[in-house]
Write a protein that binds this ligand. Structure first.
Ligand SMILES: [Fe+2]
Length: 332
């Protein structure tokens, strides 16, 4: 070994000992790469499986042990222990008649897509909102919220939260309402609130919705100004409709609230039906189609990526163009 080589090896070792990583000796860990990549994978969670596990939990898991009867939709990416996609997480949750979920608040923004509910409600900052199947409820960060149930059958919904993003940025807070009062009672009962998108209004908007783009199809956007990290949309596939294959830098979660169809994500055919949830991680080509019609709720970090000016989307044809000459489509 030459003297220079020995000196370089000594320099590298000594610098690393003082927690400097020599830029000339990255050891296979480049900080940037030529295009988006993710270890997260497309995945489908079947509602029938979720309902079965939640029902079984009623027999064997006392609520005082769990606080929540929920099932977190953990992406099967190697080494992943929590998120559904990089920035977001979903969970099926069951509330049985008589249960209350204690009032609390937290930094992460959250919402829920209601699948089964007759008599279940959420109280957000003193406003009670009765939940119907197909509704979407918001509980923006640091808003007090708790759930109750005055009906006779279990209520089931899919929660969505930006917890993985908050874990990354680290401004995490969680607070119970108070030690004396476990549940914040309501001052008003309404379905006319920025915290709820009732299914009947979603149907009305979709009925007159135009095709937004070949990639997104008939998509409407819900107002999430109170929780700007989360983009929230409803996508309708009318019978026989399909969307064009494309890829986007944003990460997407879907919950099927009506009908059935097929998603093709990264070459995988994913047949979905009402109640199912699936994910399309960043930069995986995807398209949707339905023979009989479907409505999906789509939760993503698209507006956040647009705000950051990271957002890109492109068709399969555009993917083959010379990168240096490519006119990236950056969305609205
Ligand atoms: Fe919560």
């Amino acid at each position: 070994m030459s003297t220079a080589t020995t000196e370089l090896a000594t320099l590298n070792t000594t610098a690393r000992g003082d927690h400097f990583t020599p830029g000339w000796d990255r050891q296979g860990n480049p900080p940037m790469w030529s295009e988006p990549k993710t270890s997260f994978v497309p995945y489908l969670w079947k509602s029938a499986d979720a309902y079965r596990y939640l029902n079984e939990s009623r027999e064997v898991v006392p609520l005082e042990l769990t606080e929540r009867r929920n099932l977190i939709l953990t992406n099967p990416a190697p080494g992943n222990i929590y998120p559904s996609v990089r920035t977001l997480v979903m969970a099926y949750q069951m509330v049985v008649p008589g249960d209350i979920a204690r009032t609390h608040r937290h930094a992460p923004h959250a919402g829920r897509v209601i699948l089964e509910s007759e008599g279940a409600f959420t109280v957000v900052n003193g406003v009670r909102i009765d939940m119907k199947p197909g509704d979407i409820l918001l509980t923006p960060g640091m808003h007090w919220h708790g759930h109750g149930h005055e009906g006779t059958e279990p209520a089931i919904w899919v929660d969505f939260l930006d917890i993985p993003l908050v874990q990354l940025l680290e401004p995490m807070y969680f607070e119970p309402y108070d030690d004396e009062t476990e549940f914040q009672m309501w001052e008003t009962i309404t379905r006319d609130s920025p915290f709820v998108f009732p299914i009947e209004k979603t149907h009305g908007r979709l009925a007159s919705a135009e095709i937004e783009s070949p990639f997104h199809g008939r998509r409407i956007k819900f107002d999430t100004d109170l929780m700007p990290t989360i983009g929230l949309y409803a996508v309708q596939l009318r019978p026989g409709e399909s969307t064009e294959k494309f890829r986007t830098t944003s990460n997407h979660q879907f919950v099927v609230i009506e009908g059935s169809g097929v998603a093709e994500i990264d070459g995988q055919e994913i047949p979905f039906e009402r109640g199912d949830a699936f994910v399309a991680p960043a930069w995986k080509f995807r398209s949707l189609r339905s023979d009989d019609g479907a409505i999906l709720v789509n939760i993503s970090d698209e507006p956040l990526q647009q705000y950051c000016k990271y957002f890109r989307e492109e068709s399969a044809a555009e993917a083959h163009e010379d990168t240096r000459n490519k006119a990236y489509r950056v969305g609205a």
